[in-house]
Design a protein around this ligand. Structure first.
Ligand SMILES: *[C@@H]1O[C@H](CO)[C@@H](O)[C@H](O)[C@H]1NC(C)=O
Ligand SMILES: *[C@@H]1O[C@H](CO)[C@@H](O)[C@H](O)[C@H]1NC(C)=O
Ligand SMILES: *[C@@H]1O[C@H](CO)[C@@H](O)[C@H](O)[C@H]1NC(C)=O
Length: 394
C-alpha cells in the first residue's frame, strides 16, 4: 500500500514536472517560450512568444501550434535566417503578425519566408541586416526576400540595418520592393537607419499602396526621393532629421503630389525637431505652410535655432527683411530665364533670316542691281554737282 502510493506520487511528480517544465508550447520548445491565447492589441489572439529564450536558431518555428496567429520571436541571437524558417509542410494560415525584432539578424536568405500568405505585419526592428551585394565579400542581396508576403500591409524596419550600411541601401531596397511585389504594403517604417540621402530617387515608387512613410530619426537634409509617384501617400514622417531649411523644390513636389487628381487622402507631413536655422531661407517654409493644401503636423511647434541656441517658433518669426530679398531672388530667377529665352529666340531669328537670304540670293541680287545702279548714278551726279558748286562764304 505504502509502496504503491510512493510510486504513484513519483509518477505524478514526473508527470507534473514534465508538463510544467515542457512549457505551454510543447516539448520541442524551451520553457521560456509561452503559447496560448493572450490579449494582443485589445483582441484575444493565439500567441507564440519566444522572447529572450536564448535561442541560436529558428528550428522551433517548424513546430508551432497550427492555430498560431501572432509570433513574437525577439531577443534571441540568430545571425542568419535559413531557408524555410516555418518548415516546408506547415501552413500557418492564421498567422498574421510576425515580430522578429532584436535578434542580431544579419542575413535573410531569399527563400526564408514561405507559407506567409496571410501575414499582414512583419517586424524586423533592431537587427543588423545587410542587403548589399558587396558586404563582407559575401552577397547578402536577395531581391525576392519578401516575395511570399502577398498580403503584407506593414513592414517595420526601424534600426534594422547594419550601422555602417552601404551607400547603396536605397538601390538595394528598391530592388527588393520591385522583386518582392509588395502591392498591398501601406506602412513602411525606416526610422533610425542613418539614411542621409537616397541614391535611387524612385526607391518607393514600386509600392503602389503606400500610405504612411516613416523616415524619422535619419540624417536627411532634403526630400531627394520621388513622392509624386505615391498617389496614396497620406503621412510623410521626417521628424528628427537634419533639415536646416526646406528647399523650395521639395515644397513644390509636395504641392504637386497633393494636386494629383487621383488623390484619395490629404498629405500630412511632419518636420518637427529638425535643426532649422532662423534666417531668411526658413521664410520659404513659413510662407509655404500658410498657403499650401498639405497639412503640416504641429506647425506651431516647428522651431528654428539662432547660433544653435534658443529655439524660436518658425510660424511666429518676423520676416520683414526677408520678403524683398526673396522677391528679388525669384525675380532674378525669372529674369535670367527670360533673357536666356530672348537670346535663343533672336539667334534662331537671325539664322532663319540668313538662310532665307542665302536661298533667294539670286532673286535679291536681281532685285537690288537696278536700285544699286540708280543709287550709284545719283551719287555720281551729286558728287559732280558738288564739285561744280563753288564754295559760298557768308
Ligand atoms: C512576450 O513575453 C515577454 C517576456 O516573457 C513579455 O514581456 C511580453 O509581454 C509577451 N508579449 C505578449 C504579446 O504576450
Ligand atoms: C538549434 O538550437 C538548439 C538549442 O537552442 C540546439 O539544440 C539545436 O541542435 C540547434 N539546431 C541546429 C540545426 O543547429
Ligand atoms: C553586425 O554584423 C557585423 C558583421 O558581421 C558585426 O561585426 C557586428 O558586430 C554586428 N553587430 C551587432 C550589433 O550584432
Amino acid at each position: 500500500m505504502y509502496r504503491i502510493t510512493t510510486s504513484t506520487l513519483v509518477l505524478a511528480i514526473i508527470f507534473i514536472s514534465t508538463t510544467v517544465f515542457a512549457g505551454t508550447c510543447g516539448p520541442k520548445f524551451p520553457t521560456e517560450c509561452i503559447c496560448g491565447n493572450e490579449n494582443y492589441e485589445s483582441m484575444i489572439r493565439y500567441v507564440v512568444n519566444c522572447t529572450n529564450a536564448g535561442l541560436q536558431n529558428t528550428s522551433v518555428l517548424e513546430f508551432m501550434p497550427p492555430e498560431v496567429e501572432i509570433l513574437i520571436f525577439t531577443g534571441n541571437n540568430i545571425p542568419q535566417l535559413p531557408w524555410n524558417v516555418f518548415g516546408t509542410i506547415n501552413d500557418y494560415t492564421s498567422l498574421t503578425i510576425v515580430d522578429m525584432s532584436n535578434n542580431h539578424i544579419r542575413e535573410i536568405r531569399g527563400k526564408t519566408y514561405h507559407h506567409v500568405q496571410n501575414v499582414k505585419r512583419l517586424i524586423l526592428n533592431h537587427n543588423n541586416l545587410s542587403i548589399s551585394r558587396d558586404d563582407d565579400e559575401v552577397n547578402h542581396h536577395h531581391p525576392r526576400v519578401f516575395s511570399n508576403f502577398m498580403n503584407l500591409e506593414a513592414l517595420h524596419l526601424t534600426d534594422a540595418f547594419d550601422d555602417n550600411t552601404s551607400p547603396h541601401l536605397s538601390e538595394d531596397l528598391h530592388d527588393i520592393f520591385v522583386n518582392s511585389n509588395l502591392a498591398k504594403l501601406q506602412k513602411l517604417h525606416l526610422e533610425q537607419n542613418e539614411i542621409s540621402h537616397f541614391k535611387d530617387r524612385k526607391v518607393f515608387c514600386d509600392l503602389p499602396s503606400l500610405r504612411d512613410l516613416h523616415l524619422g530619426d535619419n540624417n536627411l537634409k532634403e526630400v531627394n526621393f520621388d513622392i509624386k509617384c505615391l498617389k496614396n501617400l497620406r503621412f510623410l514622417d521626417l521628424e528628427r532629421n537634419k533639415f536646416e531649411y526646406v528647399k523650395a523644390k521639395d515644397l513644390i513636389l509636395m504641392d504637386e503630389l497633393e494636386e494629383r487628381p487621383d488623390r484619395t487622402a490629404n498629405l500630412i507631413v511632419d518636420f518637427n525637431l529638425n535643426p532649422f536655422v532662423c534666417d531668411c531661407k526658413i521664410s520659404v517654409l513659413h510662407d509655404w505652410i500658410q498657403q499650401t493644401a498639405v497639412t503640416v503636423r504641429n506647425e506651431e511647434n516647428l522651431m528654428c535655432f539662432r547660433n544653435h541656441t534658443k529655439p524660436e517658433p518658425i510660424m511666429k518669426m518676423q520676416y520683414g527683411k526677408c520678403a524683398s530679398s526673396k522677391l528679388r531672388a525669384s525675380m532674378t530667377g525669372h529674369t535670367m530665364t527670360l533673357i536666356f529665352l530672348l537670346i535663343v529666340l533672336s539667334m534662331i531669328l537671325i539664322a532663319l533670316v540668313a538662310a532665307l537670304i542665302y536661298v533667294s540670293r539670286d532673286r535679291i541680287k536681281y532685285m537690288i542691281t537696278p536700285v544699286f545702279d540708280t543709287v550709284s548714278k545719283k551719287v555720281h551726279y551729286t558728287s559732280i554737282k558738288d564739285e561744280d558748286c563753288p564754295e559760298v562764304h557768308v
